[in-house]
Design a protein around this ligand. Sequence first.
Ligand code: ZN
Length: 285
Amino acid sequence: MFHRYLCLTMIAAAAAAQDLPVRWDELVASDWKKAIELSKGTCILPIAILEKHGPHAPVGSDLLYAQFIAKAVAKREYAVVFPEYYFGQIYEAKYAEGTIALPPRLISEVLQATLDEIARNGFKKILIYSTHGGNPHWLRFFVQSQLELRRDYVVYYYDPQPDPEWIEKYTKMRKTPLAGDEHGGERETSGLLAMRPELVKLDRAASEDSSDQKRLAHLPNLWTATSWYARFPNHYAGVGGAATAEQGRVLLERSISLLAKTLRAVKDDEVTPKVQKENYDRQLK
Ligand SMILES: [Zn+2]
């Protein structure tokens, strides 16, 4: 009997989630309470960037990834997905066409104010999902700084660690070496071919040098603002022309299932809000 009840409840929840949009901007105000309940007060904030992706892929590539994956995840495990967001760290590509690089203080202020507003609307768990490789420099510090002042919400930063088993499997699927495939290469372009093939100019992929120039190889154990730029001065790293939609579909499914698992853990997490409150309470006044 208990199982039957549980089953019916789950079916009812799935049915309720089905007709409820996942995107924040597609929800109606009268469904807000339902969205908070079904998501357990969880909102995904996909953060991308506008930047060059080689000579062949759209400047909004990371934005396409962010929204596509977050929406697919939220359809499997209900959460509300914040609309397109592309303010982040991209100063190394200010020389390339299409880059939008707002000042560093401003990107942190806008992000904090956006989180405050998401929480004020009832979502007390916010999962930051970044698809842009230049953002972690900034986001790890930003998330750590949440302990500076008391807040009534928790920020989770999605930070998946390399999985050797998957890397081995994935490497066999590839046409070019995985090393050096860091931006606009086989991997990233494959996902774009699966999502929006009409935006990719694959015939132009080989028109620029995308190899590692290793210009700062004489400086071990150091990081400078030009560490990545020195290696890839065309803001292009890897072989975009080797991409296939088939590989893209496999990669997208992998990203979706991994993030869905994390989202479930965030929704069920009752410890972090308590631990965060404990830390605030213990701060010397
Ligand atoms: Zn990208």
